[in-house]
Design a protein around this ligand. Structure first.
Ligand code: SAH
Length: 214
């Protein structure tokens, strides 16, 4: 059982206020973050860090994204109820929970088995209905495509062609594009069968997207 006390809720309210203060306007996203016990996604000895607006290490050398970054990417994604959404880079499973709270049909893919297993366990305890896949996100999920939305949560050197092709026409893909320490948040709208419209949305820093399974 995951405990969610008044203390946790109090810390969470402050975090959500901070995220709002930094410019996130979509109330549905703020409500989603208010509902999710973020501490469940972080080692319990680091409770304090669960409710700071910072990225934090999880297992296998990966990180849970900063809450503001999660909110920012989610806002760019313009998720609607019942949308079929693919997340690349399950990590802790927190971002997938935000998408599930928005009542999207969420598919998430991770290349590290340990994270894939841990995130599923937490989601089961919290009662979310996300579908988890162990695999290489560069390939996407061709047998479940097309997706209304695709969210990449690791730094991609370029937007993978396979993922662009798994978007519906009118669909949106959001990804941090670039190498090393800094990437440019990129929004890609599939405007036609072979046409895409790209806009950029500032600098962020993610762990790298890697090829193949770990
Ligand atoms: N969305 C996560 C943050 C993930 S950090 C959260 O909410 O916590 C990025 C994750 O992407 C890491 O777990 C990393 O293992 C994973 N990753 C990197 N390359 C990948 C690939 N090709 N396919 C699937 N997952 C990948």
């Amino acid at each position: 059982m995951i405990e969610d006390s008044y203390l946790h809720k109090g810390m969470r309210r402050k975090l959500v206020e901070q995220v709002k203060g930094r410019g996130i306007k979509d109330q549905r996203i703020l409500d989603a973050m208010m509902n999710i016990p973020r501490h469940a996604f972080i080692d319990s000895s680091f409770l304090k860090f669960a409710y700071q607006d910072q990225a934090f290490p999880i297992s296998s050398g990966q990180t849970i994204s900063q809450p503001y970054t999660v909110a920012f990417q989610t806002e760019l994604l313009e998720v609607e109820v019942f949308h079929k959404v693919l997340e690349v880079g399950t990590g802790s499973g927190y971002q997938a929970a935000v998408l599930a709270e928005l009542r999207a049909r969420v598919f998430t893919i991770e290349r590290i088995r340990q994270l894939y297993q841990d995130a599923q366990r937490i989601h089961r305890e919290l009662g979310y209905q996300v579908r988890f896949f162990l695999g290489d996100g560069y390939q996407g999920l061709p047998s479940y495509a097309p997706f209304d939305r695709i969210l990449i949560t690791a730094a991609a050197p370029a937007i993978p062609e396979a993922l662009k092709s798994q978007l519906v026409v009118g669909g949106i893909l959001v990804a941090p594009v670039g190498r090393h320490d800094s990437q440019i948040m990129t929004k890609c709208v599939r405007t036609g069968e072979n046409t895409y419209e790209i806009t950029t949305h500032g600098n962020f820093s993610f762990v790298p997207m890697k090829e193949g399974l770990e």
